[in-house]
Design a protein around this ligand. Sequence first.
Ligand code: ATP
Ligand code: MG
Length: 449
Amino acid sequence: MALLTKAIKGTKDVLPAESYKNQYIEATCLSVAENFGYKEMRTPVFEHTELFQRGVGDTTDVVQKEMYTFDDKGGRSITLRPEGTAGAARAFLENGLSNEALPQKICYLTSCYRYEKPQAGRLREFHQFGIECFGAASPLADAEMISLAKQVFDELGVQKLHLELNSIGCPKCRADYHNALREYFKAHTNELCDTCNERLERNPMRILDCKSPVCKEISKNAPIVLDYLCDECKEHFEKVKSYLDAMNIEYIVNPQIVRGLDYYTKTVFEFVSDEIGSQGTVCGGGRYDGLIEELGGQHTPSLGFGMGLERIQLVMEAQGCAFPEPNKLDLFIVAMGEKAELKAVEIAKDMRSEGFSVQYDLNSRSLRAQMKYADKTGTKYLVVIGENEVNSGIAKLKDMQTGESTEVSLTTFVNAYYSVSMESQLKDLEINGEAFDFNSLFSGGNVND
Ligand code: ATP
Ligand code: MG
């Protein structure tokens, strides 16, 4: 029985009283992405397992330990997406976007699934805002992508994140680096964890990303990738930094950052917070010039990032960032008796089609119970309609903030409501001593301004 009322470990419900925060974060992400020319793409929650094995990489923690993989009834191996890039890249190829004007700038808000140990900031179902820019080789693209993430944080009012930046080179320069790493780690095979010993031959850079304290300690003195970059990768990295400098975006070069996914080349970066415990990386991304080819497409230099939405919310809450208050109901209609209910239904229909939010009691309860419900759920205005009001066609519209009541006609209710509420808004502005700024009606505005 208990199973019926218990969510799966590592998953989280977002309750109605909280969802405005998610909506605010998500809307901000999408609107910033739009400002950079990104358009939303939606892909399925599951894909063929091979896509992630190929696209994320066999030697990653994600593929080796964290995927939700199962056989469907037709015997196909299916995996719930652990990240967004592989599916987006598959869709880019399958739908012929690769033949359209490049770069193709794609963004998404998506759920991801990883079998990890749940803890603060680490869930088994979590959500990402991600962008992918397919077909852009210039370092301009790397810097623009980072500035997009930074603008999301700025608009949300998130402060004090460190941007950590690195270049992990291309397959050309990486061969030498891999050899240097193997040389170095071979002297420590007794101390390295089993997984890292396996990684030593296949992909020694993964050792640098190991979470075991012992491996981490050994990695501290490992050779540094920046010393092995070829001229092209070096120049690319210098240009990325110069564009970031031009935009006044601060960063720290951290040669330890290699990122969790296999397909990265050249630029990799993370935005990290010190305020939410050890799961402090709120955004990670980089360039993956080899991925599209790996999946069977033409050589298509590309890049992207994934931003953990739960972690961003944790940082925002830790920093006391403002979330705009959810809208209050415009009108609650208390209706007493069948005739009044008919009138309530009619008025609500008219009001709602004019864009106002309206509720009336769905349980035909007593006056007191209806008032109590209206009070609990919150409303800007309340009107009581009983037999007298139905007969006279006149009712009292009560402003719940000031307590003031105004007589209104039930036959022209929408107009009456409109003028009463407008008048009170104008009065509010006078009280605050501000001139009415008509432009404020049209500009987007930033709650943190
Ligand atoms: P970590 O080092 O924290 O495991 P990662 O390198 O595995 O992160 P990515 O694959 O780059 O993470 O995913 C991008 C972002 O998604 C991360 O920076 C983080 O904000 C978020 N994220 C990753 N895994 C989880 C998770 N299990 N729960 C919540 N958020 C996550
Ligand atoms: Mg991880």
